[in-house]
Design a protein around this ligand. Sequence first.
Ligand SMILES: CC(C)(COP(=O)(O)OP(=O)(O)OC[C@H]1O[C@@H](n2cnc3c(N)ncnc32)[C@H](O)[C@@H]1OP(=O)(O)O)[C@@H](O)C(=O)NCCC(=O)NCCS
Length: 165
Amino acid sequence: MFGFFDTHRRPPDVRRIAPQAATACAKIHAQSFAYPWSAADFETLLAARDVIGEAAMAAAWWGKSAELAGFILSRRVLDEAEILTIAVAPEFRRKGIGSALLGVHLATLAAQGTKALFLEVEAGNQAALALYTQFGFQQVGERQAYYRKADGPPTTALVLRRDFR
Ligand SMILES: CC(C)(COP(=O)(O)OP(=O)(O)OC[C@H]1O[C@@H](n2cnc3c(N)ncnc32)[C@H](O)[C@@H]1OP(=O)(O)O)[C@@H](O)C(=O)NCCC(=O)NCCS
């Protein structure tokens, strides 16, 4: 068995996650963002009734047990939702996992009656912007000096929206 996702032969296994996944989520979040959320933060979020968490699992290989390769969390309020965070572990990026996560998550939200989905993304985050554009998100706002930076001035956030029909 291969250690990587091979999206041509086998799409990644995306499943709902519970607070037990908090430590694995915090590890990937710390590898992905300058200001990481703690395992306790994820535990609280994943236990919340209005938060939906889904994760992509990397298959076990060469004696390594199955592990969480990426995750996405959204909060629902009535018929709208907001993506709180999405991240894929660096060693699993560019293998279709972000797309698989977002695709499954959109289907989950649609099945729950969501009509509009929002998110914030750093203006310079080309990888995320390309992913969101592929899934039909459009810019509806801009927040200047929104993201704190350890090594420079704060950067702009773009607000994106996707409608469900
Ligand atoms: C954004 C992120 C989730 C994408 O996950 P991924 O598993 O690498 O994405 P995929 O392999 O499914 O790629 C899907 C599309 O995203 C775009 N993309 C992904 N990585 C890219 C990169 N480094 N540069 C440019 N476009 C990129 C491409 O359009 C790609 O489609 P393609 O492969 O047909 O070209 C991942 O880069 C990540 O975790 N980044 C750090 C956390 C982050 O920035 N989250 C978003 C916060 S708003």
